[in-house]
Write a protein that binds this ligand. Structure first.
Ligand SMILES: Nc1ncnc2c1ncn2[C@@H]1O[C@H](COP(=O)(O)OP(=O)(O)O)[C@@H](O)[C@H]1O
Ligand SMILES: [Mg+2]
Length: 594
């Protein structure tokens, strides 16, 4: 099943060694050093409290009672009681501190992950479903947090306790100790076997969970399509399939977990049985005192309790490690599109944008780039407006995405005022542009929040922008005006209205260059004329590159570039191109109805 998982999901987790993982995890805890140290310092105290009670019993049985020394009885009895109290309190506080620490660590990790995701290039998001990224940010981090919530992180404490118990037993009676620990080698073997299988099982769990999330995100977002095509049953069946797969891999992990728990318990009982059998003989011959014998039994129990706990924590740790691998893998995902260290910022666009012989491919097919744009050239001077036209899939949207570096070109260069945009500070580059894409994305929140998406924008400039593109009367008609909530994906607005809102959003940041991908969806003639007027306002005194689908837009621009299969095949004004009697004329006939 595991191989099919990696093929189907394309999810290939690089295996990081446990030590490397631990070291990185500890950097998250290290940020809260005092709390961490505080929790740690309680462990030796706790261990001491654990080993004291059996020792008190041994003293009482072997010394106090035979000597009938009541004053010593009070001492050992009091010590016993104190040890119990200390054990509970130190246990409580160390667990509490660790949980708080864990939650803080997880909060930091979650923030780091999201900050990282914010900077990841489009190519990452092309490769990974949002469901998968979402799983890493939520379930995987949560799973890692379980280590703290369940106290699995206290393995260090358990180990300290174990060592103290063993030390105490050796001090009491070396022979008996060695005899009782004949069972330890099989225990180690068991743990080793378990570790190998369990990790794989937990990895599969993470992969299947992320598939479920991806499926849910897509289906909830695309619910309309599912319902329109009457595919509720098929989607439900598909989900049941995923759900069953998930349950199956989970069962495997649970089985490992339960098996280990049971086996450790059995081994512990065997150790006690062996001790009784062997120790009773010594006891009857008076080789050991009754107190030592009883203390031994208590120590063995105290030895196997943390061992049994350890085995459970081990499972949680394995699961957490598999989650950590995924979180760190996301953190290690390269931010390929970023400012170079020596990048200068560009405040204005004053000379020209030059697209020089660029070639671009989204991906490789059989080792060869699958060129979407090939040897493309284009020029734009300040104040100029140009249109891109061409059949669907000719690369128009792609070109817009290259201009503000959603992707980097493989060959050639895009130069802004003579400087390669790869050498310009990314923030400043993107500030020069306002991008209005075909499908306008609105966030949940109010209309106002959606309009003021740029930095430091005063409310007055938002209203001015809304007025300029004549969307203000539309907003005024909304039940709560600017404070009207936007529904999920902006469904309470029509496509035309969303486009107008996007214009207002673009205008409010007052960009020097507008990149516009005109919506192709049919819009009624009234909205169409509104959009046209809004566009005129938006374009005034600005440079623009517009992927145009409307004749009215095309007539506004200075030049038109006709794209075909990723190359500019014709360029000129509308009239010039019509006279050429070539690709444009054909397109104009089909698309624009000329
Ligand atoms: N993110 C992407 N990953 C891979 N291929 C893509 C991606 N986006 C677009 N393409 C491909 O690039 C080609 C050009 O797409 P696009 O620039 O959107 O065309 P246009 O806007 O001219 O219709 C299409 O064949 C499309 O399949
Ligand atoms: Mg397009």
């Amino acid at each position: 099943m595991s191989s099919s998982v990696s093929i189907m999901e394309g999810e290939h987790i690089r295996k990081i060694s446990d030590w490397a993982l631990l070291k990185r995890l500890f950097t998250y805890l290290g940020r809260h050093k005092r709390l961490f140290m505080g929790a740690l310092s309680l462990y030796p105290l706790n261990a001491l409290a654990v080993i004291l009670p059996p020792f008190c019993i041994q003293k009482i049985l072997d010394e106090v009672i035979p000597q009938k020394d009541t004053s010593m009885l009070k001492v050992w009895g009091g010590l016993y009681l104190t040890a119990l109290v200390v054990e509970y309190f130190s246990g409580f506080f160390s667990q509490f501190a660790m949980s708080v620490l864990g939650q803080r660590g997880m909060r930091d990790l979650r923030s780091d992950l999201f900050r990282h995701v914010l900077h990841l290039p489009s190519s990452y998001h092309d490769r990974n479903t949002s469901g998968r990224t979402l799983t890493r940010l939520t379930n995987d981090v949560e799973n890692l947090g379980d280590v703290f919530a369940t106290g699995a992180v206290t393995v260090i404490g358990d180990i300290i306790t174990l060592c103290s118990v063993v030390g105490m037993m050796l001090w009491l009676d070396v022979r008996l100790t060695l005899f009782s620990f004949l069972v330890v080698p099989p225990l180690i073997l068991l743990a080793w076997i378990f570790q190998r299988f369990a990790r794989q099982a937990f990895r599969e769990i993470r992969v299947y969970l992320s598939r479920i999330n991806a499926f849910l995100v897509e289906h909830i977002t695309g619910m309309n399509v599912v319902q329109v095509f009457g595919q509720e049953k098929r989607s439900a069946d598909e989900f049941t399939g995923l759900n069953n797969d998930y349950r199956q891999v989970t069962r495997k992990a649970i089985l490992f977990d339960a098996l280990l728990y049971a086996l450790v318990e059995a081994i512990g009982i065997m150790a006690i049985a062996a001790l009784i059998w062997y120790g009773a003989a010594d006891l009857s011959q008076g080789l050991v005192g009754a107190g030592t014998f009883v203390a031994f039994m208590a120590y063995i129990r105290r030895f196997f309790v943390p061992v049994r706990d350890l085995s459970q924590k081990f499972a949680i740790l394995q699961s957490a490690f598999s989650a950590a691998e995924r979180c760190f893998e996301l953190l290690d995902e390269a931010v390929t599109i970023k400012s170079k260290p020596e990048a200068e910022s560009l405040e204005h666009f004053s000379e020209k944008i030059e697209v020089k012989n660029i070639s671009f491919a989204y991906r490789e097919v059989e080792g060869q780039p699958d060129w979407i744009l090939k040897d493309l050239n284009l020029e734009l001077k300040p104040g100029e407006k140009i249109a891109l036209v061409g059949t669907t899939g000719s690369g128009k949207t792609t070109l817009l995405k290259l201009l503000n570096r959603f992707y980097d070109v493989q060959e050639g260069a895009i130069e802004l005022d003579g400087r390669d945009i790869k050498d310009v500070d990314l923030q400043s580059l993107r500030k020069l542009f306002a991008v209005v894409l075909q499908d306008v994305y609105l966030f949940s929140g109010t209309v106002r929040q959606n309009l003021r998406f740029g930095d430091n924008i005063a409310h007055s400039s938002i209203e001015r922008a809304a007025k300029a593109v004549q969307v203000d009367d539309l907003i005024a008609r909304l039940p709560q005006g600017y404070d009207t909530p936007v529904q999920h994906l902006g469904t309470n607005f029509s496509a035309g209205e969303r486009q107008l809102l996007a214009f207002a959003r673009a205008l409010s940041i007052d960009p020097e260059i507008l990149l516009l991908d005109e919506a192709t969806s049919s819009i009624d003639s009234e909205t169409e004329s509104r959009i046209q007027k809004a566009l005129e306002v938006l374009l005034k005194g600005r440079s623009a590159i517009i992927v145009a689908h409307r004749l009215s837009t095309i007539k506004m621009v200075d030049r038109i570039f006709v794209l075909q299969a990723g190359q500019v095949v014709e360029s000129g004004t509308h009239q010039e191109l019509l006279e050429m009697n070539g690709v444009y004329r054909r397109l104009a006939k089909l698309q624009l109805g000329e």
